[in-house]
Design a protein around this ligand. Structure first.
Ligand SMILES: Cc1cc2nc3c(=O)[nH]c(=O)nc-3n(C[C@H](O)[C@H](O)[C@H](O)COP(=O)(O)OP(=O)(O)OC[C@H]3O[C@@H](n4cnc5c(N)ncnc54)[C@H](O)[C@@H]3O)c2cc1C
Length: 551
């Protein structure tokens, strides 16, 4: 863009799905000039994701959005159980119990060993969260939101990127930005313009999905003796059918491998098993993919969300991974635009987030193979009141009791990811293994800071600001003045939080811990670092990566 008009925005975000909207809101919160373009005229009432996991809710809490998202989403007392059924009017084959948000909150309140997230999950449908985030983005003075604006093509040079877009009136024009982020979903035009390939397994299975308005179903779910309320009902059939309650409890989606869209009405009725009044609002098709982009960046253009990784919804990691991308990139763009962020900061985005994308594609494969394993036990005699029928049911339930849990119990994938090999984290050699199913709290550099309650029952997470935070723990007398001076001299927003309470020191295991705005630990020690200036340069992206030995 040398010699051309100055950029009209600092960051151009293409695509207002949950990831682009989260990125725009977080940039706007930081005061970054940002433009969000979306090809649709308005958010659509179409089903897709419905579960924000615990880590995403921690992120939304830091953005000041968690309470609003909960108020718009599924009420806190609604059960989150998962059922395996023949039909809803028959006793369930298997019930897997999961806490409602209210119950999960009570569990979190009673626990202070760092093993639980600060926020429980939240069920909120994509068609509810998108308008909520759009309103929030529009409220922020540095954010311009343009629906009905389609991204067509881009070019870039050393100073920025120029996107050609088509506005609502049909005319094409250019938007100049210092950085551009493609949050434009699985078919990403930004990714195609950059020539970045997706690799992995595509088009694994094709489902039909339908959305139904059925206001009476939740109150009169006919399962067994009890109310049988839950969020997912997997039908043990040969069509991989599953029914999902949406956030209002008045809307439901059904997914099934059927030949024709029209079949989805009969499939819904078969699944419910008793007559209910309903309206089928939408039928569409979607395909299972396990794909990862070769690169997340080309020059000044980045990919985030489904444009960079496509997962099978089993395990609910798709949007949640994308929200993680957005908040990793947001503060790094802000830091770079402010001038204190060095080149390694933006370089670290792909290094940190592509490994999470890769791992979560793997977690999603693991979960979907589990689903396939129990579905593989289906036999046509499953409904028969015969020894053979009973044996089929028993075998399916035994397998499902193990394999279905893979989908619903991936706390390690959600909370336990740790950035390895990042040029902006003071790495320690080794480190705990990444586990999908288990979360073991750790402050190993690169990990998310575990949640711990303080003596006054406020969470330590809330003490972490929008810049770097040095935690001085457990009444330590260690001298950290060198590090404090070096961090202040770096120009990065930085503050010291003295935490005398015993619990954080016990859980975290160190006297000094430095955390960045996204809650990931960048350094820890029991004495100040030997070379504080080098450490400050490292974490702000201004030096080459190196291993800082722990004290
Ligand atoms: C059935 C189903 C259930 C799911 N359940 C979950 C779940 O429970 N939890 C979870 O985390 N994930 C879930 N997912 C995955 C989740 O829906 C996606 O990962 C998520 O929508 C990705 O968000 P995104 O913002 O990256 O992309 P998208 O939601 O695809 O949004 C991309 C946006 O970009 C816009 N766009 C595209 N091209 C252009 C262009 N040229 N110009 C301007 N705008 C453009 C699109 O219109 C769209 O609004 C589910 C997916 C499916 C199919």
């Amino acid at each position: 863009m040398r010699g051309s008009a100055p950029p009209s925005t600092d960051v151009l975000v293409v695509g207002a799905g949950p990831v682009g909207l989260t990125l725009a809101v977080d940039l706007g919160r930081r005061g970054v000039r940002c433009t969000l373009v979306e090809q649709k005229a308005a958010p659509e009432f179409l089903p897709k994701m419905e579960r924000c996991n615990a880590r995403t809710m921690e992120i939304f809490r830091r953005m000041g959005l968690a309470d609003r998202i909960r108020a718009a989403g599924l009420p806190a007392d609604v059960p989150m159980d998962v059922y395996i059924i023949l039909a809803m009017n028959e006793p369930p084959l298997l019930r897997l119990e999961y806490p409602s948000v209210a119950e999960a909150r009570a569990q979190i309140a009673a626990c202070n060993d760092g093993s639980m997230p600060l926020e429980p999950y939240q069920l909120i449908s994509q068609y509810t969260i998108e308008p909520l985030l759009k309103l929030e983005a529009e409220r922020l003075p540095s954010v311009t939101v343009r629906y009905g604006c389609e991204f067509l093509s881009l070019s870039q040079d050393d100073d920025g990127a120029v996107a050609t877009v088509r506005g609502a009136d049909g005319s094409a024009h250019e938007i100049r930005a210092r950085y551009l982020v493609g949050c434009d979903g699985g078919g990403s035009g930004v990714r195609r313009q950059l020539g970045i390939q997706l690799h992995g397994q595509g088009n694994l299975l094709r489902f039909h999905q339908a959305l139904y308005r059925c206001p009476s179903l939740y109150d009169r779910i006919p399962i067994g003796d009890g109310p049988g309320r839950g969020r997912h009902y997997h039908v043990a059939d040969d069509r991989a059918t599953f029914l999902i309650m949406q956030d209002s409890t008045r809307h439901w989606t059904l997914h099934a491998v059927v030949d024709r869209a029209e079949d989805m009405a009969a499939q819904f009725e078969r699944t419910i098993g008793v007559p209910v009044d309903y309206e089928m609002l939408y039928v569409g098709a979607w395909k299972q993919n396990l794909l990862l982009a070769d690169r997340y960046r080309e020059g000044r253009v980045f990919l985030a969300g489904d444009s960079a990784h496509l997962m099978i919804p089993t395990g609910g990691l798709g949007m949640n991974t994308g929200v993680g991308d957005a908040i990793d990139l947001s503060w790094k763009l802000h830091a770079t635009l402010q001038g204190w962020g060095g080149p390694n900061l933006l370089d670290s985005y792909e290094i940190e987030r592509r490994q999470v994308g890769d791992r979560n594609v793997g977690a999603s494969r693991y979960a979907s193979l589990g689903r396939r394993a129990w579905r593989g036990q289906y036999r046509p005699d499953i409904r028969e009141d015969t020894a053979a029928g009973r044996s089929t049911r028993d075998a399916l339930v035994r397998t499902a009791d193990v394999e279905q849990r893979k989908t619903n119990e991936m706390i390690g994938a959600e909370l336990g990811y740790r950035y390895v090999g990042s040029p902006v984290i003071a790495e320690e050699p080794g480190g705990p293994e990444h586990l999908y199913r288990e979360y073991v709290p750790t402050t190993w550099p690169g990990a998310r800071l575990p949640h711990v309650w303080l003596d006054d029952r406020t969470p330590l997470h809330d003490r972490i600001g929008d810049g770097f935070t040095l935690l001085r723990l457990g009444r330590t007398s260690v001298d950290s003045s060198g590090l404090e001076r070096a961090m202040r001299a770096s120009g990065a927003p930085f503050h010291v939080s003295v935490v005398d309470d015993a619990a954080p020191r016990d859980v975290y295991g160190y006297d000094l811990i430095m955390v960045r705005p996204d809650l990931h630990v960048v350094w820890r020690g029991n004495a100040g670092p030997a070379e504080p200036e080098s450490l400050a340069a490292l974490v702000t992206g201004n030096s080459l990566p190196r291993t800082c030995e722990r004290k």
